[in-house]
Design a protein around this ligand. Structure first.
Ligand SMILES: Cc1ncc(COP(=O)(O)O)c(C=O)c1O
Length: 421
C-alpha cells in the first residue's frame, strides 16, 4: 500500500488551493506533479555543479558529466536496458517517436510496405507515420480497438491482421497504455507475433512507464519511447530506447556539436552511441531530475504503484458508474486499465464539466486528449478525463464525484441542452 499522505506532503504544489478549495490534482496523464526531492536535485545541479558535459577537463564539467551519465545508468536500470548506449535522451515521447519515424522508417520503408497502428493512438504516434507514409509510399494499416476491448481481444486482432499483412508489414506501432481508454495492451505477445512476420515493434510508453513495471528486454520490442514529466520528472526530457544495431544504423536526427568524431570543411564522421544521437548541449538538469524521479518511484516499487492504481480504478469505476448519464470509456475491469478514467456525461460538454470541477478545486482534463480519431469513432466530440497518480487517494475521487454531481445539477441536460463549442 502506498502512503499517499506522505507522498502528497513531498509535493509542495499539492499543499496549495485552487479557487479557495484544497487542490485535488487529477490531470496526471497530462503531466505529474513533482516531489521536492526532484526539485531539489535540479536546484542542486544548478547551484553546485553547473557546467557543460563531455567537453571540459575542469572539476565542474567532470561532475556534471558524471551526474548526466549516472542519470543514463539509473534510467537504463529502470526500464531493463542492458546497454547504456541504447538509452538516448530526447525532449520526450513526441520527439522519440519522430526520431524513429524520420531516422529509421523514412530510410527503411518503401512502396508496398505497411506500417500497422491502432485507431486509438495519440496524435504523437499517428502524425509522424502519416508523414512517413506520404514520403515513402508505405501504407498505413489499423487495428480497430473497441472501447471495452480487453488485452486478449486486442491480441487476437493483431494476430489476424499481422498474418493478413505477412510480408508487407515492416513496423508495428502502438501505445502500451491508451491515454483515453486506459487500456493496457499486451506488448510482449504482440511483439512475438510481429517478429514472426518480420516486422519491428515501436512502443509509445508515455502512459505506461509512470504506472506499470516496464522491462524493454522482456517486452521484446525494438523501439520504446517515453517522457519524464509524466513520472515526477521535469518537462523537456524523455527517452528513446532502441536496440543497438538499429540505433547504429540510424542517421542522426540533429547535427552539430557533441555528436562528431572528425570534422573537415567538406565532410564529418559521427561519434559512437549515445553521443551520435545527442547533438548540442543536452538537457543536463532534466536528465538529473528524471533520474531523481526514477529513484523516488523505485523506492515506492512499481509493483506497489500498479497495485495502488488498480485500487483507485476499482473505487473510481464503482463510484462513477452510479452517476446517471455518465458513460465510462474503456474496459470495465480495473486490472485491464492504467490509472485514468475518461467519461462523457449526457448533455454536458466536457469543457463545462471541467470548468465546474475547477470551481471546487478539482483539476481534470477535457477535450479530445490528442486523440481526435478515437473520439470521432466513439461518436463524441470530447471527453472528461480524471487521471490518478501515487499521491491520489479515495478522498480525491469522492471530491471528483461530488463535483460531477454539482455540475449535473447546474448544467444537467434539461438546463443547457445545446451548448456547442
Ligand atoms: C499516449 C501518449 N503518447 C504520447 C504523448 C506525448 O507525450 P509528450 O507530450 O510528453 O511528448 C502523450 C502525452 O500525453 C501520451 O499520452
Amino acid at each position: 500500500m502506498l502512503k499517499t499522505d506522505l507522498i502528497k506532503s513531498d509535493c509542495p504544489i499539492l499543499k496549495r488551493e485552487a479557487k479557495n478549495h484544497p487542490l485535488v490534482y487529477l490531470d496526471n496523464a497530462a503531466t505529474s506533479q513533482k516531489p521536492r526531492q526532484v526539485i531539489e536535485a535540479i536546484a542542486d545541479y544548478y547551484a553546485n555543479h553547473n557546467a557543460n558535459v563531455h567537453r571540459g577537463l575542469h572539476t565542474l564539467s567532470e561532475e556534471a558529466t558524471e551526474m548526466y551519465e549516472d542519470a543514463r545508468r539509473v534510467v537504463a536500470g529502470f526500464i531493463g536496458a542492458t546497454d547504456l548506449s541504447e538509452v538516448i535522451f530526447t525532449t520526450g515521447t513526441t520527439e522519440s517517436l519522430n526520431r524513429v519515424a524520420f531516422t529509421w522508417a523514412l530510410f527503411n520503408l518503401q512502396e508496398g510496405d505497411s506500417i500497422l497502428l491502432t485507431d486509438i493512438e495519440h496524435h504523437s504516434n499517428l502524425i509522424p507515420w502519416q508523414i512517413v507514409a506520404k514520403q515513402t509510399g508505405a501504407k498505413l494499416e489499423y487495428i480497430e480497438i473497441g472501447s471495452d476491448d480487453t488485452g486478449n481481444i486486442i491480441l487476437e486482432k493483431f494476430k489476424d491482421k499481422l498474418s493478413s499483412l505477412s510480408g508487407k508489414v515492416k513496423l508495428v506501432c502502438f501505445s502500451q497504455a491508451s491515454n483515453v481508454l486506459g487500456t493496457i495492451l499486451p506488448v510482449k505477445e504482440i511483439s512475438k507475433a510481429a517478429h514472426a512476420v518480420g516486422a519491428l515493434v515501436c512502443i509509445d510508453g508515455a502512459q505506461a512507464v509512470p504506472h506499470i513495471p516496464v522491462n524493454v528486454q522482456s517486452l521484446d520490442c525494438d523501439f520504446y519511447a517515453f517522457s519524464g514529466h509524466k513520472m515526477l520528472g521535469p518537462t523537456g526530457i524523455g527517452v528513446l530506447w532502441a536496440r543497438k544495431n538499429l540505433l547504429e544504423s540510424m542517421e542522426p536526427f540533429i547535427y552539430g556539436g557533441g555528436m562528431i568524431d572528425v570534422v573537415t570543411l567538406n565532410d564529418s564522421t559521427w561519434a559512437v552511441l549515445p553521443e551520435k544521437l545527442e547533438a548540442g548541449t543536452p538537457h543536463i538538469a532534466g536528465a538529473i531530475g528524471l533520474s531523481r524521479a526514477v529513484k523516488y518511484l523505485r523506492n515506492l516499487d512499481m509493483k506497489n504503484i500498479r497495485e495502488h492504481e488498480v485500487i483507485m480504478n476499482t473505487y473510481a469505476l464503482n463510484k462513477l458508474s452510479t452517476i446517471e448519464g455518465l458513460k465510462i470509456l474503456g474496459p470495465a475491469d480495473a486490472q485491464e486499465r492504467t490509472g485514468l478514467i475518461a467519461f462523457s456525461v449526457d448533455g454536458i460538454h466536457s469543457h463545462d464539466l471541467a470548468a465546474v470541477l475547477d470551481t471546487v478545486g478539482v483539476a481534470v482534463r477535457s477535450g479530445h486528449h490528442c486523440c481526435m480519431p478515437l473520439h470521432k469513432k466513439l461518436n463524441i466530440s470530447s471527453s472528461t478525463r480524471a487521471s490518478f497518480y501515487i499521491y491520489n487517494n479515495t478522498d480525491d475521487i469522492d471530491r471528483l464525484v461530488e463535483g460531477i454531481q454539482k455540475a449535473i445539477k447546474i448544467l444537467g441536460k434539461n438546463k443547457l441542452k445545446n451548448l456547442e463549442y
